[in-house]
Design a protein around this ligand. Structure first.
Ligand SMILES: N[C@@H](CCC(=O)N[C@@H](CS)C(=O)NCC(=O)O)C(=O)O
Length: 311
């Protein structure tokens, strides 16, 4: 950026767009001018107007009572119908592709590793799952959570531990940016995704097949969305030159924010132009497309998770 006038022009331009089609160029100008606070303020303004609210209420989303409608045989539900693949030591156990955001992360991490792996998909709802947790030795090390990765006799649970295990195995550069500053930010973003955004998770549960506009967002969920947009904006503007993903080429940060992209698509969360472009790149990625198709084909329906959540 060569002049203050240009930066001010970009800011004015961005503001004049009322945030809805926030110009990526304008954002880059601002960040290049090291005016991160102002860029963030604009994004907060944007987000405040970008989310329509409605008064729609529903209840029972997180009720413990299972309303699962199994359409598979029990063996299929437990993944026992899947043929084991000869000579493949790495096995990933995941939950319902339509609903399980942590599973999507674990699965994308496996894809990113480049290793051949066998997948076992389990239905994580209802009595079948309670029985599976008791009976399936393979999910017991995680205390009944998915994803779980088996590599020979080694077992790794928790999506972040799985990603790091795979990065150790195949080389850090496959997952993390080479440059220190970029890698530091990518690690911080992944850690934040892993440990935060409870309000967004509750208000906008992942549901790949669902489309619902006009969801009522809580203030806390809106704050989470704004925070995520800020992080995406900063990553893209500072480190995204090499491609359409958060740090240019597809990596750990994209693996971790993939379910957020799905949530934004499901609930029609309005985002600025640069975020839209990022989301499109993610949505069109061949692995995401494969996951989306599998989620669409999945026969398991968990009715309480298909209800529209309340704020
Ligand atoms: N921090 C864990 C979270 C794992 C988790 O909560 N998985 C959910 C699926 S999205 C699960 O297994 N739920 C089934 C249950 O709790 O019984 C990770 O990163 O893998």
């Amino acid at each position: 950026m060569d002049g203050e006038g240009e930066v001010e022009g970009a800011q004015a331009h961005a503001l004049s767009l009322a945030g809805f089609s926030f110009s990526y160029t304008a954002l880059v100008c601002q960040l290049c001018a090291m005016d991160l606070a102002e860029a963030r303020r604009i994004l907060v303004d944007f987000a405040a107007v970008a989310h329509a609210e409605d008064e729609k209420k529903s209840s029972g989303l997180w009720s413990k009572r299972s309303t699962v409608q199994p359409r598979h045989s029990r063996d299929e539900r437990l993944g026992r119908g899947a043929a084991g693949q000869q000579g493949i030591d790495v096995k990933l156990i995941i939950g319902n592709r339509n609903y399980s955001s942590w599973s999507l992360r674990g699965w994308l991490a496996c894809k990113q590793s480049g290793l051949a792996f066998e997948e076992l998909t389990v239905n994580i709802s209802g009595e079948e799952w309670e029985a599976a947790k008791r009976e399936m030795g393979e999910v017991q090390p995680s205390s009944g959570k998915v994803p779980v990765l088996w590599d020979g006799d080694s077992v790794i649970w928790d999506s972040l531990a799985i990603l790091e295990y795979l990065a150790d195995k195949v080389g850090r550069d496959r997952f993390w940016p080479k440059e220190d500053a970029a890698r530091g930010m990518a690690r911080a973003m992944v850690a934040e995704m892993h440990s935060s955004y409870l309000a967004l998770r509750r208000n906008c549960p992942m549901n790949v097949r669902l489309r619902h506009d006009g969801l009522e967002l809580s203030d806390a969920a809106r704050d989470d969305i704004v925070r995520i947009l800020q992080l995406w904006a900063e990553a893209r503007a500072r480190f995204g030159r090499g491609g359409p993903f958060l740090f240019g080429t597809f990596g750990a940060a994209d693996v971790f924010y993939a379910p957020v992209v799905s949530r934004f698509v499901t609930y029609g969360i309005r985002v600025p132009g640069f975020a839209q472009a990022y989301m499109e790149a993610m949505w069109e990625h061949e692995w995401m497309q494969a996951w989306i198709r599998a989620a669409e084909d999945e026969q398991w329906v968990i009715e309480q998770w298909d209800s529209v959540p309340v704020a």
